[in-house]
Design a protein around this ligand. Structure first.
Ligand SMILES: NC(=O)c1ccc[n+]([C@@H]2O[C@H](COP(=O)([O-])OP(=O)(O)OC[C@H]3O[C@@H](n4cnc5c(N)ncnc54)[C@H](OP(=O)(O)O)[C@@H]3O)[C@@H](O)[C@H]2O)c1
Length: 338
């Protein structure tokens, strides 16, 4: 079904990717139902969509509460008659060493990031089974495919989404309901400012970060052409390839590069248990320095030995190529016959 004819529910729409996707999908004609905990941020989003000629309705709630998500589904049906696509997107972020994260913190991350997706899926399925059609999109992370240092709670939840969704997909065979998972690499959103940082500072995305608008476009594409799994951004392929290096190479790589995720910005509160009262926005400002947040200075700081080796290898290859070009140019080297 064309996007313009669809009714789309988006969880976690008060900020970042969810907010961006709601604006993007509504601008392309979809009727959107947006949910998150902050009612004022959602109302502001609905006003923005309506002032651009779109249609939207907001229902505030917590994804860990079944009654809240049931209300979201009921409102979508009451207001727009059906649900074509349900996007599970709401999540929280936490950085810390395994020994320093409390069981309550693990519980909360798993509740929001995994149970929230399960409850959301159940609410969507009730409506979609009645309709005989529909699609569910799980917004996941490359950390769900390969966990990395200091993000054990988040990675466990995202990996859990895979087990849940794969089981569901085989259960739903032949029903007309599709379930897709979109794996994202670092995106420039306020999730890092919202995160709980157990080091006293907030985490930052390792570069290169992608823009939420490109993720919104990937979501739109997935709505129009559903696939079981979609990996967004070429960086994801590099990350997944490097992290699968043999002989514990992946562990070494992720240990060495973990410093890219450490910032010196103090943690002044997070949205783990309660929403933060920050200005609702799409971007977090992480793409600004360098190329998509990637600077040579930071790379040399985090990986001094590897940077030196890379510079030496580059110098060696450049001098060999230059010498070869020079030799061909002055005739001291035989040209290859065609
Ligand atoms: N940004 C990245 O680098 C990145 C990379 C890979 C994957 N992702 C995934 O992309 C998705 C969106 O993340 P984002 O970067 O856009 O983060 P974000 O800007 O922090 O947005 C998270 C959203 O989730 C909502 N939320 C949090 N806890 C909730 C709860 N208990 N109940 C209901 N809503 C809740 C927040 O709103 P309220 O506080 O108002 O409830 C907010 O709208 C997540 O699934 C994340 O894992 C992000």
């Amino acid at each position: 079904m064309q996007l313009a004819e669809q009714v789309v529910v988006i969880t976690g729409a008060s900020s970042g990717i969810g907010r961006c996707a709601a604006l993007h999908l509504a601008a392309r004609g979809a009727r959107v139902v947006v949910t998150a905990r902050r009612a004022d941020a959602l109302e502001q989003l609905v006003r923005e969509i309506e002032s651009d000629g779109g249609q939207a309705v907001a229902v505030s709630g917590d994804v860990t509460r079944e009654a809240d998500l049931r209300k979201v589904a009921e409102t979508a049906v009451e207001r727009f008659g059906r649900i074509d696509t349900w996007i599970n997107n709401a999540a929280v972020y936490l950085q810390g060493r395994v020994r320093e994260i409390t069981p309550d913190e693990y519980r909360r991350v798993l509740e929001v990031n995994l149970l929230g997706y399960i409850i959301g899926t159940q609410c969507a399925l009730d409506v979609m089974h009645r309709q005989g059609t529909g699609a569910i999109i799980q917004i996941s992370s490359i950390l769900g495919k390969r966990g990395a240092a200091y993000f054990s709670a988040y990675a466990a939840a995202k990996a859990g989404i895979d087990g849940f969704t794969q089981s569901l997909r085989s259960e739903l065979w032949g029903t007309g309901i599709r379930v897709s998972t979109l794996y994202l690499a670092p995106v420039d959103t306020p999730i890092y400012q919202h995160a709980r940082g157990k080091f006293g500072t907030i985490p930052k995305p390792p570069p290169p970060v992608s823009d939420p608008e490109s993720v919104a476009k990937a979501i739109a594409k997935l709505i129009e052409r559903p696939r079981n799994e979609q990996i967004a951004d070429t960086f994801s392929f590099f990350y997944l390839a490097m992290s699968k290096l043999p002989s514990r190479g992946g562990d070494w790589f992720l240990h060495r590069t973990a410093q890219f995720t450490l910032s010196d910005i103090p943690d002044r509160g997070d949205n783990l248990d309660q929403p933060l009262n920050d200005v609702p926005r799409v971007r977090g400002g992480w793409a600004e320095p360098g190329w998509r947040g990637f600077t040579l200075r930071e790379t040399v700081r985090v990986l001094p030995v590897e940077s030196l080796l890379a510079a030496a290898a580059l110098g060696f290859v450049t001098s060999r190529v230059a010498r070869r070009i020079g030799a061909v140019g002055n005739g001291s080297m035989p040209r290859r016959r065609p």
